[in-house]
Ligand binder design. Structure first.
Ligand code: 2NL
Length: 344
């Protein structure tokens, strides 16, 4: 009996040592210490033993049971510790690894260009003025010498909200509002950038929404030579000192006289190429002397005050500057396009 117990102990401890996972260990426990296990059997059979042997065998059986049980518990503890250690190893964060670079955004090409233009005019003493994109018909058309019935006011050309309210078709209403606020006194010197809207079918050169920058200077004794001087300074800073400008007669309802400004072509140096379509000149903006009717409606006495105004399209300027062939690139937000223009 004693031999049998020693044998059982050796066998069980060996199996505990060999057990590779919790399941195997549990099996050993059931096999040797369970109700139907060999040790329970020994204890049950004690009745058949001589009386004096019973305590010795009983004690021994209990010791063996205790030893196996302890071995199982220790093995289990070791397994749990090993599992935890493994998990900790796997989940270790190497804080010395360099981080992944964050995806930082940047200003849109049009935003940068508009800010660049704003800065040039701020340098010449202009202020920035902004106004509503949903605008009264009065400020968008009427106050700009575009009376009811004028062809430019066709319902087909603008997004009307009601008969009297529409999405502004240019940023000129901001200037009309700014002049009005001055109540007929003192100089106005503003740059008005912003989004404008026209009813158009989008294609490579048309968009129903685009941007504009307009400028306005109203004061006593403002002359056309002032307009030319300011535009010349702008063109040289924006496109290069070597550029020449020229003014051609044009027409706008809100200016009289009206002009179109071209800059000399850098690609061919004036010889004529595909960029300037053989002319040596590239059209950049429209301008003119503020129409007396516009001054008068805004509260200025046109006999005392004169002014000049100009307007340009940042999309057109960016397309010329970077050789962009489709206006829709500005609005479809493809980062492969936009990232090309991020300054370092
Ligand atoms: C163009 C031409 C222009 C103006 C805009 C203006 C505004 C007031 C009074 C008079 Cl309040 N004029 N703006 C004047 C001439 C031309 O824009 O080709 N823009 C893209």
């Amino acid at each position: 009996m004693q031999e049998r117990l020693v044998e059982l102990k050796t066998e069980a401890l060996e199996k505990v040592a060999q057990a590779e996972d919790a399941k195997a260990l549990q099996d050993v426990k059931v096999q040797y210490l369970g109700k139907k296990g060999p040790i329970t059997e020994v204890l049950r059979g004690m009745g058949k033993l001589p009386k004096e042997e019973r305590p010795v065998i009983g004690q021994m059986a209990n010791d063996v049971r205790e030893e196996i049980s302890t071995a199982i518990d220790e093995k289990q503890k070791k397994m749990e510790e090993a599992a935890l250690e493994k998990q900790l190893q796997e989940e270790t964060i190497d804080v010395t690894l360099p981080g992944r670079p964050a995806q930082t955004g940047g200003p849109h090409l049009l935003t940068s260009l508009i800010e660049e233009i704003e800065d040039l005019f701020i340098g010449m003493g202009f202020e920035i003025a902004e106004g509503p994109e949903v605008e009264a018909d009065y400020y968008n058309f009427e106050a700009l010498n575009l009376p009811k019935g004028h062809p430019a006011r066709d319902m087909q050309d603008s997004f009307y909200i009601t008969e009297e309210i529409l999405m502004r078709t240019h940023t000129s209403p901001v200037q009309a509002r700014t002049m009005e606020q001055h109540k007929g006194k003192g100089p106005v010197k503003v740059i008005c950038p912003g989004k404008v809207y026209r009813r158009d079918t989008d294609d490579a050169t048309h968009s129903h929404q685009f941007t504009q920058i307009e400028g306005l200077l109203v004061d006593k004794h403002v002359r056309m030579s002032d307009l030319k001087g300011v535009l010349n300074a702008f063109a040289k800073q924006m496109f290069g000192e070597e550029r020449e400008i020229r003014l051609r007669p044009s027409f706008f309802p809100f200016t009289e006289p009206s002009v179109e400004m071209d800059i000399s072509c850098k690609m061919c140096g004036g010889e004529g190429c595909s960029v300037c379509k053989g002319t040596g000149w590239i059209e950049i903006l429209g301008a003119g002397m503020v129409h007396p009717n516009v001054l008068e409606m805004a509260g200025y006495d046109p006999n005392e005050y004169t002014g000049f105004a100009f307007g340009m399209g940042p999309e057109r300027i960016a397309m010329l500057k970077y050789g962009i062939d489709d206006i829709r690139h500005f609005y479809t937000n493809d980062v492969r396009f936009l990232n090309q223009f991020h300054k370092a």
